[in-house]
Ligand binder design. Structure first.
Ligand code: UD1
Ligand code: CA
Length: 489
């Protein structure tokens, strides 16, 4: 099937409502779920249809919502609905904003249905066109229809109306086929019908759903297409529903990756955002979150208990109990357990960042290793270099940040401090406890801690009467006899 629409398609996304039940300073449609805003998911699905035009109706917090929409879809049209007078009014505002020449099909969706897929929308639009209907309803059959508009059919099964909960008769309330809110219209009919919608109803609102009766009165076709996966049209009105939809969305994503060849040991404790990409034969261990635009290459093993946000993981890499953000981990590299990789970390192929190591803005070369208990900030470490345990890259002098550059195949010893800006040359070395304040030329050994002095009998004299002194005398009875401080080398 061709991706280009056969007829003109305009999609209207309604997002003017306040969403007070979220109890939030953030507008409902901007709440995140699966790594995108709710409206972000809707716009992604809508974008999949390659419509000729997308109009988003904004009202409450229009700056935030409108700005976000334009970031995701720069050529979307924003229509401002000053007062929320109902869905019919909202679509009228959208049609006015769309300008003259609205033709073909108009699809109306809501901004708070994050599970909606492009495929479902595409199928629905195709069914609408095939039926040559004036109005088509994406309906759903639900156990508890309370609160929804009911799809009323006649004896022949033809759709005659949508009746809102508050306007429904007792029998109509028994109907379990509901209006999902997603409607498709013949553009010419919609333009002509919108001004004729009144607000003489229980809510005093302009109901978009009144178009059904208007079409019927004009002898035009109205069809309803029940969707199998009702969750796709569900909105999240409060945070409980947001979490429920989040679980459903995650389940869909995780299942999709398993079907694509990813091993997920514990789907229930694995969270993968919509924009993450995983290759075949990746293994995900329990308690792992792959967030944002994280990309994981073949044969990598991630987890347990690992969070990766916007990271790139190379082929066969192993990342254990790690928290990483905007980091690149090379092929066959090893990270963790208990590592913290901050933005700008790039670990080369076969490299290692080990336990209790924090890195930030650090380029660590191929095969280079920072295995234990270190802070590596604003650094470049050459290929094959090994950093000793407990090393601190002192990048901040209290005013400015500076870089440390270490060459290839260097060996730095334990408990070093590199006071940036400083350079350590290729093949250089340092002694334990060295504080490197000056550059170390290639091949040099840098030592900064003074020669060790052993003061004979010091504890016996200065800690007389303690268990420490007693133990010393027991080991060397000669220490019990008085003598001046003497130094052994
Ligand atoms: C609407 C439908 C109902 C359907 C239900 C599905 C109508 C009259 N009723 O009811 O048949 O079963 O959705 O959830 O259409 N909005 C605006 N401007 C407005 C009013 C609403 O942008 O003036 C937006 C809201 O932000 C929301 C959507 O439209 O995203 C639906 O509005 P809402 O008030 O929730 O409609 P319901 O009463 O639930
Ligand atoms: Ca609603």
């Amino acid at each position: 099937m061709s991706a280009t629409p056969t007829t003109e398609l305009t999609v209207i996304v309604l997002a003017a409502g306040g969403g007070t039940r979220m109890k939030s300073k953030t507008m409902k449609v901007l709440h995140p779920i699966g790594g995108r805003s709710m409206i972000g998911h809707v716009l992604a699905a809508v974008g999949g249809l390659e419509p000729s035009r997308v109009v988003t109706v904004v009202g409450h917090q229009r700056e935030q919502v409108g700005g976000h929409v334009l970031e995701l879809m720069p050529d979307a049209v924003l229509a401002v609905q000053e007062e929320q007078l109902g869905t019919g009014h909202a679509v009228r505002v959208a049609v006015e904003a769309a300008g003259r020449g609205l033709a073909g099909t108009v699809l109306v969706a809501y901004g708070d249905t994050p599970l909606l897929t492009a495929e479902s929308l595409r199928d629905f639009a195709a069914e609408h066109r095939a039926a040559q209907a004036a109005v088509s309803i994406l309906s759903g059959v639900v156990e508890n229809p309370f609160g929804y508009g009911r799809v009323v059919r006649d004896d022949m099964g033809e759709v005659v109306a949508i009746v809102e909960e508050k306007d429904a008769s007792r029998e109509q309330r028994e109907i379990t086929e509901i209006n999902s809110g997603i409607l498709a219209f013949d553009a010419a009919f919609l333009v002509e019908a919108l001004p004729r919608i009144g607000n003489d109803n229980a809510k005093g609102e302009y109901y978009l759903t009144d178009t059904v009766q208007l079409a019927r009165d004009a002898g035009l076709t109205v069809t309803a297409h029940p969707i199998d996966d009702v969750a796709q049209t569900e909105g999240a009105n409060d945070r409980v529903q947001l979490a429920e939809l989040g679980r459903v969305l995650n389940d869909r994503i995780v299942t999709g990756w398993m079907r694509a060849g990813v091993t997920v040991m514990d789907p229930g404790s694995t969270w993968i955002d919509a924009d993450a990409v995983l290759a075949q034969d990746v293994t995900i261990l329990p308690g792992t979150q792959l967030l944002g635009a994280t990309v994981v290459a073949e044969d990598a093993v991630i987890g347990p208990d690992t969070t990766l946000q916007d990271c790139e993981i190379g082929v066969g890499a192993r990342v254990v109990r790690t928290h990483a953000q905007l980091a690149v981990i090379g092929a066959e590299a090893n990270v963790g357990p208990f590592s913290y990789l901050r933005p700008g970390t790039v670990l080369g192929a076969g490299g290692k960042v080990g336990g209790f190591v924090e890195t930030k803005n650090a380029q660590i070369g191929d095969g280079a290793k920072v295995p234990h208990l270190s802070y590596v900030g604003d650094a470049e470490i050459g290929e094959g270099t090994n950093i000793g345990a407990g090393t601190i890259f002192a990048n901040y002098d209290g005013v400015e940040k500076h870089r440390t550059v270490i060459g290839r195949h260097a060996r730095t010893a334990s408990n070093n401090t590199f006071v940036a800006p400083v350079e350590i040359g290729d093949g250089a070395a340092t002694g334990a406890g060295t504080v490197v304040r000056r550059d170390v030329p290639p091949g040099s050994l840098a030592v900064s801690s003074g020669p060790q002095r052993n003061l004979r009998g010091w504890t016996v004299r200065r800690r007389a009467g303690t268990k420490q002194a007693q133990a010393a005398i027991e080991a060397d009875p000669g220490l019990g006899r008085p003598a001046p401080d003497a130094e052994e080398s």
